[in-house]
Design a protein around this ligand. Sequence first.
Ligand code: FAD
Length: 328
Amino acid sequence: MEKRDESICDSVWRSVHQADLVRIRACLTAGRYRPAHKKSDSPGNSLYEHCIAREDGLLTDSSVCALHKLADGSIQVDYRWQHSIAQREQLRSEVFDSVILTTPSWLIETNMRLEGFSKEMLPQPIVDAWKHAHWETSCKVYAPLQKRFLDSTPKFPQILVTDSFVHDVYAYRYNDRYAYDCILLSYTWEDDATKLAAFSGSELVDKCVTELDRILMRCSNIGVPISPYIDKRNIRIQRWMTDRNSLGCAKLYRAGTYYQAISLMKYNRDLASTSGLYLAGESFSVDAGWTEPCLRTAIDAVINLCAVTGAQFNGDFSLEHYPHYQVV
Ligand SMILES: Cc1cc2nc3c(=O)[nH]c(=O)nc-3n(C[C@H](O)[C@H](O)[C@H](O)COP(=O)(O)OP(=O)(O)OC[C@H]3O[C@@H](n4cnc5c(N)ncnc54)[C@H](O)[C@@H]3O)c2cc1C
């Protein structure tokens, strides 16, 4: 009997570009309104140029561990500078007029102390809303792939959606300046990612490679194993739930808490002028798993920050034109 394509469905529902590159790793950013520095900014300056011109403009490898609301209304941000290298880590502080909080919400509860914010500035229902959000998990298993494999197997699809525990498999062709291509051996979400949680990195890679070989050998249009082309010494496994900078990959709201989640989106307009704290990003939106709501909340934070600092909007825009979020 002829072999059949057992579990390959070459549907392109998310390109490698979308899934792997679109995840914008924004940092918690803090801004200080300092008119004295304005002269150095020419209108053509990018945000990056603007930030690197300041000592405190762009702090990389810095993990914020506390926000203190000070008596003069400003906010002290404590952060661990160079936190990825234990020997070099230093606890530092800066004081800002306003702070935009963009971290995944479970990290606020577990890694950051928020002090000095009164109940009027930061009401308990707001804190509850970010504490009780549900975060999904996801897992990706990457490995370098010898270029010979895609050269010699032109029918290998860019994306395989399987019914096996590896779930989805993506192949990525780098240009000739790179020695290797890349294979995403397994891309899973929620229960499918949880099933893989107990396996060590090397166990998981072995299982995925063996499973992919099994699938490919049964495919009439492939019929060759991929294992000889995979560099198993240089794998990279990303598990969002145990990544200390994430604790989850996509935020959902629990049943019955839609309006509680919307209240996070109202916060900037209603209370940020009193607290100096602005909320932006996936943690404070209701459409999880996509960058669009993150951008929308980022724009919302900027609009409200501009309004509070007395900035002049273009085109006669004012907050009167800006719709309100409804929470009932
Ligand atoms: C597997 C996966 C696939 C996805 N695919 C798509 C897709 O195809 N299309 C799409 O539109 N969206 C996709 N998304 C969703 C999109 O990536 C997110 O919605 C978006 O990145 C969220 O942006 P954010 O700025 O809110 O948070 P993040 O991008 O998570 O940024 C939060 C930042 O805070 C930093 N941070 C954490 N703790 C601290 C601290 N204490 N101090 C300072 N900084 C800290 C983190 O390092 C991180 O850089 C995907 C997400 C995942 C996980």
